[in-house]
Design a protein around this ligand. Structure first.
Ligand SMILES: *Cc1c(COP(=O)(O)O)cnc(C)c1O
Length: 390
């Protein structure tokens, strides 16, 4: 089946090189990295190479990288560690537009007596750092703000945020799942204390992720068990996936450093030609400060779901902001927080490209989309209104 996959913020294909690196560990090299014998020891050494590869992607030290089972676990671990490390402090600061891995964790502890400040964003999805400055107080245990948003693609001003948290002596965690491998990420420049990465968002397997914890930072493990990960995360390692993740990180670093602008230029062309061909199309999110693979675009008075179903007939994969991936019918909390009008939220589609996206694929989408939008508008009770716009 020839799939045009433009849903890379949901998950990505495994890079061939990453899969090939994994294979020996799914067959002959099945030793336990914690074992004394050479058979297990060689696996341990490969895990340490993967740790170096992940560290190199974000300019961290290898011992600052903890492997976990998913981005969600890394986010939960970071927040829980901050709360456990500072039991006297009972205030968390985050944003309204975080991934559920952070947002729902905060809501859960909010119900157990913690105070949570949810920072707002403006119409372009940008954070107001003055609000952060005002929100930090002596009771603040942690600030958790994502690096780039998975729906809008908007990049938050990390260095400015880190400047504030650092001057106030509050630990800063950032969810960089959508950023690593797309733009240069440097923990030493950012000065964050913790950072979440996830394998399957950057061409590694599902079920493997990492948490960067700055050297010397206080840390309390979330998964308590054996001495794996220097006692910071118990459980026998997901060996093959970790090794594939290391390879994927190496490839991602090469991609980011190569300065290859194809993905961004394809995204920009998709955006411009959709705007030109579909009257009433509006881009959601800061057009400048945005990760180079993401286009969130609304077609007013058309159902995003309907667009996806029509695209699906051509095996074009994208996602919409009207019903989230969980299958709930709640409109996207991100677009709502941005104040995107109801009619536009319901007509929103997110295209997310990868470095594997080709010009032919974008041409194909550009050929199919305008007639889809036209036909759906004809069916819409507001169709006439929008025809007048044409
Ligand atoms: C996908 C995603 C996560 C969750 O990662 P999993 O590995 O799927 O648990 C967290 N944050 C952001 C921004 C994401 O896009």
């Amino acid at each position: 089946m020839n799939v045009v996959y433009l849903d890379n913020n949901a998950t990505t294909r495994i890079a061939d090189e990453a899969r090939d690196a994994m294979l020996p560990f799914l067959s002959d090299l099945y030793g336990n990295p914690s074992s004394m014998h050479t058979f297990g020891g060689q696996v341990h050494r490969r895990i340490e190479i993967a740790r170096e590869q992940i560290a190199a992607l974000v300019n961290a030290e290898p011992e600052e990288i903890i492997f976990t089972s998913c981005g969600t676990e890394s986010d939960n671990t970071a927040l829980m560690s901050a709360l456990l490390s500072m039991p006297g402090k009972r205030h968390i600061i985050t944003t309204r537009v975080e991934h559920p891995a952070v947002l729902n964790f905060c809501k859960a502890v909010g119900r157990r007596g913690y105070r949570v400040t949810y920072l707002s964003v403006d119409k372009l999805g940008r954070l107001n750092t003055d609000e952060l400055m005002e929100a930090v107080d002596d009771d603040t245990a942690v600030v958790s703000i994502m690096y780039a948003n998975n729906e809008s693609g908007v990049i938050f001003p990390m260095e400015e945020i880190a400047g504030i948290t650092r001057s106030r002596g509050v630990p800063f965690h950032t969810d960089a799942v959508q950023t690593a491998g797309k733009i240069p990420v440097d923990v030493k420049k950012l000065y964050c204390d913790m950072m979440t990465l996830s394998g399957h968002k950057m061409h590694a397997a599902k079920g493997v992720a990492a948490l960067y914890v700055k050297r010397g930072a206080r840390f309390s493990p979330y998964i308590i068990g054996g001495h794996q990960e220097r006692g910071r995360r118990g459980g026998t390692e997901n060996v093959a996936s970790i090794i594939g993740f290391g390879k994927a990180a190496e490839l991602a670093k090469e991609h980011v450093q190569s300065g290859d602008g194809l993905m961004k230029s394809l995204r920009d062309r998709l955006q411009q030609e959709l705007i030109d061909a579909c009257p009433g199309a509006i881009v959601n999110g800061d057009p400048i400060n945005r990760i180079p693979n993401t286009l969130n675009i609304s077609f007013e008075y058309v159902e995003g779901e309907a667009i996806l179903l029509r695209l699906n007939e051509y095996n074009i994969c994208a996602s919409s902001g009207s019903a989230c991936t969980s299958g709930s019918l709640e409109p996207s909390h991100v677009l709502r927080s941005m104040g995107v009008p109801y009619t536009a939220i319901h007509g929103s589609v997110r295209f997310s490209l990868s470095r594997y996206t080709t010009k032919d694929e974008i041409d194909f989408v550009l050929e199919k989309m305008p007639p889809i939008i036209r036909e759906l508008r004809e069916l819409s009770p507001y169709g006439r209104e929008t025809k007048e716009m044409e």
